[in-house]
Design a protein around this ligand. Structure first.
Ligand code: ATP
Ligand code: MG
Length: 250
């Protein structure tokens, strides 16, 4: 029997697609981890831009940090015309105010059902899960801390268990649609885990870590594909840089 062919979602960043053996396996949920300013949001924007312009695939960007105007400004810095792609209904940018995080899974569900994206970004997962933990004691049925605590009792209610529960719920929601998803996670330089919460790297289908190391007056940027289910990948550090057109892998 022939092996089931893996359908790929290409990043459009040439050497990265090569390292991924053709692109992300379609439907994978991939964690994009890295320190401040390493290029996580830029990479996510570029993934949607390339999806729309090179492959005609629709992309939804759910941002919990920079608002739409700020993301548009960042894109303009690379001469990316997101307004045009928005008008063509290929890209949608939605700012999600985490101070009222109630009902996130329902809102995401509605957005995906209406817009029908092939590519999804949640930037950042860290802000989102943090706010869900904080607001979970409120009246959101799905994410109620009390409810989660009941299900895990008598295991100690550590933040990690709560986070893992939130992630499972979120991932289940996303997986229903088979959309290839990037979730960003903040990673302090000295962190020993691959994500801010220390559990999402286990739940996610893939993990890419962005790192920058400054020595003297030069900065070396490297990314590493730490994990990618359903495909072979090139291991090791890959040098990347920002050009006037976006991120490239050297
Ligand atoms: N137009 C541009 N040309 C070249 N490099 C740029 C340009 N705009 C931004 N950068 C680089 O991208 C970096 C910011 O990238 P980005 O916002 O994607 O990082 P991030 O990992 O999302 O950061 P954060 O953790 O703060 O969200 C800047 O520090 C700068 O080095
Ligand atoms: Mg960012």
């Amino acid at each position: 029997m022939p092996l089931e062919e893996i359908i790929r979602t290409k990043t459009g960043i040439q050497n990265l697609d090569k390292a991924l053996n053709g692109g992300f396996p379609q439907g994978n949920i991939v964690l994009v981890s890295g320190g401040a300013g390493t290029g996580k949001s830029t990479f996510c924007l570029q993934y949607l831009l390339n999806g729309a312009t090179l492959f005609g695939e629709k992309g939804l960007y759910v941002s919990t940090e920079q608002n739409k105007a700020e993301l548009m400004k960042q894109a303009r810095g690379f001469n990316w015309n997101l307004t045009d792609l928005e008008q063509k209904n290929l890209i949608k940018i939605v700012f999600f105010d985490i101070t009222g995080a109630d009902g996130f899974p329902e809102r995401l569900n509605t957005l995906i059902q209406e817009f029908k994206p092939k590519r999804l970004i949640i930037d950042s997962l860290t802000t989102l899960t943090d706010s869900l933990i904080v607001s979970g004691i409120g009246n959101d049925k799905e994410f109620s801390l009390v409810q989660i605590a009941e299900t895990v009792n008598p295991i100690p209610r550590t933040e990690q268990i709560v986070t893992k529960n939130i992630l499972y719920r979120l991932f289940k929601e996303i997986k229903k649609f088979g959309v290839t998803t990037l979730l960003t996670s903040e990673l302090p330089e000295d962190q020993r885990t691959l994500s801010a919460d220390g559990v999402s790297e286990f739940v996610a289908d893939g993990v890419i870590v962005f790192k920058s190391l400054t020595v003297g007056d030069s900065t070396a940027r490297n990314l590493e594909i730490k994990k990618m289910r359903y495909t072979q990948v090139d291991g090791g550090l890959k040098a990347y840089d920002f050009t006037k057109d976006g991120i490239i892998l050297l």
